[in-house]
Write a protein that binds this ligand. Structure first.
Ligand SMILES: [Zn+2]
Length: 384
């Protein structure tokens, strides 16, 4: 028996629900003193030096090596000394303090995030700060657990896979016309298809209760349909994160944005080729985000981009070292950081040792707000 409605209608329903829950009622207004914008992009999951910026790794990151590094400031001696789990590593990045909370994301960071400090000092609306994360355990990354901070001034967090799966479940569960059994069967197939991938599609909003304006809603829904109707529709979670980030930038132009790509963590499955493929995809998507920023007036020539792995991966010389990030060895610690754009010297390599803890105070310096004294130090090479 044919399905009672097509893929397009199903996705229209999903997109409408998505748009309802997703974004605020009004676009983020330009606020005084927020002219500079910052985008922090992580090679989430963690990459090793030898698979990226060591000469043998260059073929995996052609856009960084040939397009972005020549435009920016590169720190080859970047280090992370904290717990080598995803939430704590990225938590350190957004707070400037080492974190020791639940590795699977059930606890918020224990010190204020850049998002809270920025919004609180400036009195900015939630639409001013966003986290778009492929890692579905990052729901609490937008704000700390501290009283007086946390949710009231946290970032919006979007976890694409979760949210879209929920949207599709809701869409197909809505009673409408005949053929309910077929709708249920279709729903099951779609949800299982989405869940089968290591990181499939989906998204969720941390803070709820807000909705888009009609025009933005229609545009976002159309964009999502275009995305799925493209015969070349990509199948990775990071591609959807990329798509969603571009939509948020185009529609709301937030001055502070953290993008977590995470396909690289497919390495845990043990296939080196998939790990390298994910690194190449991340390289391409980072470059694509930078190009997108340059195409948008609110971002062009006034945006600082920071690209950094959240951590490294094991250096086991037996050949399986890429697979995990458990040993805490030097290969898990040795990272790199690239800054490009507004206020950043072009084509320089700084041998100065830095830490990923320095990212949060650097973001604060670039955007001109205060962070409580932490462990990191702002990168003085940036002219702000
Ligand atoms: Zn992992």
């Amino acid at each position: 028996m044919p399905f009672p409605f097509g893929r397009r209608e199903l996705l229209q329903g999903a997109a409408a629900l998505l748009a309802d829950a997703l974004l605020p009622r009004r676009a983020f207004p330009a606020a005084p003193g927020t002219e500079t914008r910052v985008i922090v992009v992580t090679f989430g999951g963690g990459v090793r030096w030898e698979d990226t910026f060591a000469p043998e790794g260059w073929p995996n990151i052609p856009h960084l090596v040939t397009d972005l590094v020549p435009q920016g400031l590169f720190f080859p001696e970047t280090r992370y000394d904290g717990l080598t789990g995803h939430f704590n590593a990225t938590g350190a990045l957004v707070t400037g303090c080492l974190q020791n909370v639940d590795a699977y994301g059930s606890e918020a960071p224990t010190t204020p995030t850049v998002f809270e400090c920025f919004r609180k000092e400036r009195g900015l609306p939630p639409e001013a700060a966003w986290v778009v994360a492929s890692n579905k355990s990052f729901g609490l990354l937008g704000g700390s657990k501290l009283r007086d901070w946390g949710d009231p001034c946290a970032a919006n967090v979007i976890l694409p896979k979760h949210f879209l799966v929920q949207a599709i479940r809701s869409a197909v569960a809505t009673p409408a016309g005949p053929g309910v059994e077929d709708r249920d069967a279709l729903a099951e197939r779609m949800v299982s298809a989405l869940d089968e991938g290591y990181e499939g599609f989906g998204w969720r909003v941390h803070e709820t209760g807000r909705a888009l304006g009609q025009e933005v809603r229609a545009t976002l829904a159309k964009s999502l349909l275009d995305y799925f109707n493209d015969p070349l529709v990509p199948t990775s979670g990071d591609e959807l994160t990329f798509f969603m980030t571009k939509e948020i930038m185009s529609r709301l132009a937030p001055p502070l944005l953290l993008v977590n790509f995470w396909d690289i963590d497919v390495a845990h499955f043990g296939a080196y080729s998939l790990y390298l493929e994910a690194i190449r995809r991340t390289d391409r998507l980072v470059h694509g985000l930078w190009q997108h920023a340059q195409s948008l007036p609110p971002y062009r020539d006034r945006t600082t981009l920071i690209v950094v792995p959240e951590m490294g991966r094991d250096g086991d010389p037996s050949g399986n070292g890429f697979q995990n990030h458990r040993s805490g060895d030097e290969s898990c610690r040795r990272l790199w950081l690239l800054a490009v754009g507004a206020g950043v010297p072009r084509g320089l390599v700084s041998p100065r040792p830095i830490r990923t803890l320095d990212v949060a105070p650097t973001v604060a310096r670039v955007l001109g707000f205060k962070m409580p004294e932490g462990e990191g130090r702002a990168l003085s090479e940036l002219a702000f």
